[in-house]
Write a protein that binds this ligand. Structure first.
Ligand SMILES: CC(C)(COP(=O)(O)OP(=O)(O)OC[C@H]1O[C@@H](n2cnc3c(N)ncnc32)[C@H](O)[C@@H]1OP(=O)(O)O)[C@@H](O)C(=O)NCCC(=O)NCCS
Length: 168
């Protein structure tokens, strides 16, 4: 009887170890590597933005955005890499007073796994480090998902009038 109890206890112990190992393996296999954009990422990032922002106007063509961003504050051009593949991006800007974030996107099949949140956390950290105390963003069009995402991260719709003018 005692021997049987010992065998059962041993089996339970081994099963719990296996569960912990498989959970840890799953988590580490889903660890997002957030890093700066590098020139070799161009094709992946262009593909990602064409998928995530299919109706963007011509002046927002991915190559134009990449080119502009690399010339100003490229340290705020972040990509998220999973298993060697770029699956999300976030761009930021700081003018010494306010900060902006844009082109936050996660490839559809990787959504709702916390990757967008992770990108925003890193962007906020970098902006805070530069002295930025207020971060703004605009949505080009209504998107329940984007609204829910930013709300979940603590952003609120503010009473503002958004205006713009193309300078060239
Ligand atoms: C908005 C977007 C970036 C979210 O990316 P994501 O990686 O799926 O976001 P996360 O998994 O980190 O979501 C964090 C939280 O936001 C909320 N959220 C995100 N997407 C949501 C959705 N579709 N519906 C409801 N809540 C949502 C949830 O609270 C979520 O936490 P939970 O999954 O634990 O409930 C992604 O949907 C996307 O790329 N959309 C197209 C591009 C876009 O509109 N970008 C924003 C404008 S620049």
């Amino acid at each position: 009887m005692v021997a049987l109890a010992i065998v059962v206890a041993r089996l339970q112990y081994l099963r719990s170890i296996r569960t912990i190992e498989s959970r840890d393996a799953h988590m580490s296999s889903n660890t997002l590597h957030v890093r700066l954009y590098a020139e070799k990422d161009e094709e992946d990032v262009v593909d990602l933005w064409q998928i995530c922002f299919p109706n963007d106007p011509p002046w927002n063509a991915p190559w134009t955005v990449i080119d502009c961003k690399l010339r100003v504050q490229r340290e705020l051009f972040l990509v998220g890499e999973l298993h060697g593949r770029i699956i999300c991006t976030a761009l930021g800007g700081y003018d010494g007073f306010g900060g902006w974030v844009y082109h936050v996107a996660t490839l559809p099949r990787y959504r709702r796994a916390g990757f967008g949140r992770r990108m925003m956390q890193e962007m906020e950290r970098r902006l805070r480090e530069k002295g930025c105390s207020k971060l703004n963003l605009q949505l080009r069009r209504w998107s329940d998902a984007a609204l829910a995402f930013y709300r979940a991260l603590g952003y609120r719709v503010e009473d503002r009038i958004s205006m713009g003018k193309r300078l060239g």
